[in-house]
Design a protein around this ligand. Structure first.
Ligand SMILES: NC(=O)c1ccc[n+]([C@@H]2O[C@H](COP(=O)([O-])OP(=O)(O)OC[C@H]3O[C@@H](n4cnc5c(N)ncnc54)[C@H](OP(=O)(O)O)[C@@H]3O)[C@@H](O)[C@H]2O)c1
Length: 283
């Protein structure tokens, strides 16, 4: 049993990680109410007090479009804040697990991205998360950086919930069909984190459910699995759906390093989605 501190514990992923790791470890979940990761001294004090073996940093500024007009805040949390957690982890001699994103890539590669591929973020959010990876790597702590993608989970706004809400309004939907990525269940990612803790793997590791699709295909599957096959979804191009932040056209990640480290491959995104929708009904 390890002692684990999870920052961003009230967020979508953080809450799932607290729940999942809590069954086998002593877990302390903290969020901005306990301390702000932008405050270096408060972060060191809080981590020193708990003295965990592992810190999982799920705290982040995650508004991809909002970051375009809030660059300073996105960098303060995602870059400086992540570096503060890294230095505090080093001070406490804890392993740090940092959560990063596929949006560090520009999406122009036609093959799945491996961890050693050169990043080239298209958005402020992606830039700030990449700066966070670098800050953590330079902080002096022992670290594992997991790059994940297209997360959904219970109790927080996300693409799955948005599609279900819009379907409930019985209106035809328009969804982008020319951006490909890897939908990932927060609870599956939490299981991946639980599994990878006991391995000695360090550095960068891609971590998502397996398989990829477009937002349109993802939306179609959400509605089909939730009994709304009758709702029409119109596939549209990115240009027809302008957003402040530019997104990668094809951010597909290779899971070879993750699979080798864990000894098992994360399940396909469609299976994880089906389970999420079933669990959601029971809530
Ligand atoms: N969501 C996705 O699709 C996705 C995809 C790839 C990677 N990721 C990464 O996965 C991680 C978790 O994402 P998520 O979707 O679970 O995020 P989330 O739901 O937005 O949770 C982030 C949590 O961090 C807290 N927080 C924000 N600023 C903080 C600060 N300065 N100090 C302490 N806590 C702070 C937030 O509090 P408030 O709510 O009060 O701000 C929130 O509880 C992030 O690193 C994100 O970049 C997410």
């Amino acid at each position: 049993m390890s002692s684990i501190m999870v920052t961003g514990a009230r967020g979508m992923l953080g809450s799932e990680i607290v729940r999942t790791l809590g069954s086998a470890h002593a877990v302390v979940g903290v969020d901005i109410g306990e301390f702000d990761i932008r405050d270096a001294d408060a972060t060191v004090d809080a981590i020193r007090r708990v003295s965990p073996d592992i810190v999982v940093n799920c705290a982040a500024y995650t508004d991809v479009d909002g970051a375009e007009s809030s660059r300073e805040l996105a960098f303060a949390v995602n870059a400086t804040g992540a570096g503060n957690v890294g230095r505090a982890a080093a001070d406490a001699r804890a392993l740090m697990i940092q959560i990063s994103t596929d949006y560090v890539f520009d999406g122009e590669k036609n093959l799945p991205y491996v961890e050693s591929d050169a990043p080239n973020p298209l958005s402020v959010y992606g830039e700030s998360k990449l700066a966070g990876e670098q800050a953590v790597a330079e902080s002096g702590c022992e670290c594992l950086i997991l790059r994940t993608a297209w997360l959904y989970g219970h109790g927080c706004p996300n693409f799955v919930e948005t599609m279900l809400r819009l379907a409930g309004e019985q209106k035809p939907l328009r969804v982008v069909d020319d951006q490909e990525g890897m939908p990932t269940s927060s609870s599956d990612l939490a299981m991946i984190v639980a599994g990878i803790l006991s391995t000695g793997v360090r550095g960068l590791v891609n971590a998502t459910n397996s398989g990829s699709c477009s937002w349109f295909t993802f939306a179609r599957r959400i509605l089909d699995l939730s009994g709304s096959s009758d709702i029409i979804i119109e596939p549209v191009r990115t240009e027809e759906f302008p957003r402040p932040a530019k997104r990668p056209r094809r951010s597909v990640l290779s899971l070879a390093r993750l699979t080798e480290s864990l000894g098992w491959e994360p399940r396909p995104w469609g299976e994880a989605l089906a389970d999420y929708l079933t669990e959601r009904q029971g809530r």
